[in-house]
Design a protein around this ligand. Structure first.
Ligand SMILES: Nc1ncnc2c1ncn2[C@@H]1O[C@H](COP(=O)(O)OP(=O)(O)O)[C@@H](O)[C@H]1O
Ligand SMILES: [Mg+2]
Length: 376
């Protein structure tokens, strides 16, 4: 699905124009409108006349409920986009302003504008001639998804200086997630454990998964690198004409971590033909041809830096991240649905079941998946 239709006008045009004017944009503003109100951010666009040419910009309001430290977050985004751009320039790449987000500073040189209501806004160059899709529709798109995030990680592999801020600490600390689930089971505040007995049994039986990557990182067999942490396909912008991945967006969660978390989440979100809350579990499954293309694409870009300890866990990472998200849905179901927004009773339990079904499917095919990766 193409995500370009205005949904509703959360701001009056006048207010948007006022915000737009805070940034260092040349020319005369023609109009400003809602572009996309997503689960996390609100995205708007503004069109300027610059010497007779119409040029668009993206304005985004940062979600301060989710991101408690917008200043640190923007510092990360500025560092990452500046680094990526410098590397693309050094490589003599073409089409650079379509291959990485470019932040436009405010009139006083900041990377964000803070309103009197303490809302934080940022502005990017509008990448033209691209499309995003809600889900992977072909093996070729799976390849592009893998390549895009692999390339993003590769461009950041040598970022130097102080450690990038961990804006959401322990985001993928699977042991902590497991402990939180155990607590929710013990408390059983909502008397729901009885409704989720098979899922609880499944989760407890998979405890052995949770420390594998944490232990490898603690031993430094797997290095800490910069990861994207939201590797859904709708965060990859593809060239409308060629279908080639151009640019990765949604950099709010860029943090230090394990690159396998990004790859694992790609496996989770692309290889099953179903949505996260599919009720018909018979439809849920890891499709090996999609996995192969995803891995090929990822390896085509990340292969240059991946250590064998990382490569060896590529199939495993899909299982781990799917299990982790399934545990989080289960924990939320048992705790009264306070974190993930639900649209029907048992929604989080349905989501958990889908994830665990996918874990089983990966488990059955894990050897074949890893065998394929080993040959890359
Ligand atoms: N610089 C940009 N140029 C063109 N489109 C963009 C740009 N940044 C974001 N978008 C579009 O807006 C959508 C939402 O942006 P994103 O940062 O992913 O926010 P959300 O948190 O809502 O997912 C993207 O999927 C993409 O289609
Ligand atoms: Mg997004």
């Amino acid at each position: 699905m193409l995500c370009a239709e205005p949904i509703y006008m959360a701001y009056q045009e006048q207010q948007l124009q006022e915000i737009s004017r805070q940034f260092q944009i040349y020319g005369e503003i023609l109009h400003a409108e809602t572009f996309k109100i997503g689960h996390i951010n609100e995205t708007y666009s503004a069109t300027y006349d610059q010497g007779g040419t119409r040029v668009r910009y993206i304005h985004q309001k940062i979600n301060k409920q989710v991101f408690k430290n917008p200043v640190a977050l923007m510092k990360n985004i500025l560092r990452v986009t500046t680094h990526v751009r410098a590397k693309l320039e050094a490589q003599g790449s073409h089409d650079i302003t379509r291959r990485s987000l470019v932040l436009i500073p405010t009139r006083d040189g900041q990377s964000y504008y803070r309103t009197c209501d303490a809302d934080y806004w940022r502005t990017f160059v509008f990448v033209e001639g691209v499309q995003t899709f809600e889900s992977v529709e072909s093996p070729a798109q799976a390849f592009q998804a893998g390549r895009a995030f692999g390339e993003f990680q590769n461009l950041l592999v040598d970022i130097s200086g102080e450690r990038i801020d961990e804006t959401i600490p322990n985001f993928h600390h699977t042991r902590n997630r497991f402990n939180a689930l155990q607590q929710a089971i013990q408390k059983d505040h909502f008397n729901r454990a009885k409704d989720a007995a098979p899922e609880i049994k499944f989760a407890l039986a998979h405890e052995h998964l949770v420390d594998v990557i944490l232990a490898a990182m603690a031993k430094r067999a797997i290095p800490e690198r910069i990861t994207h942490n939201d590797t859904k396909f709708n965060n990859v912008m593809l060239d409308t004409l060629t279908g080639e991945a151009k640019c990765v967006v949604d950099l709010d969660t860029v943090m230090p971590g394990c690159v396998l978390y990004d790859f694992g989440d790609m496996v989770r979100t692309t290889t099953s033909p179903t949505l996260e809350d599919e009720k018909d579990l018979n439809k849920v499954g890891m499709r090996l041809p999609i996995f192969k293309k995803l891995a090929e694409g990822y390896f085509s870009a990340a292969g240059s830096f991946l250590k064998s300890a990382e490569k060896d866990l590529m199939a495993f990472s899909g299982k781990l991240i799917t299990f982790e998200i399934g545990m989080r849905f289960l924990t939320d179901f048992l705790s009264g649905d306070t974190y993930f927004r639900i649209h029907r009773p048992d929604h989080n339990l349905d989501r958990c079941r889908t994830q665990f079904k996918l874990v089983e499917s990966i488990e059955r095919q894990e050897k074949a998946m890893q065998k394929f990766v080993d040959k890359l």
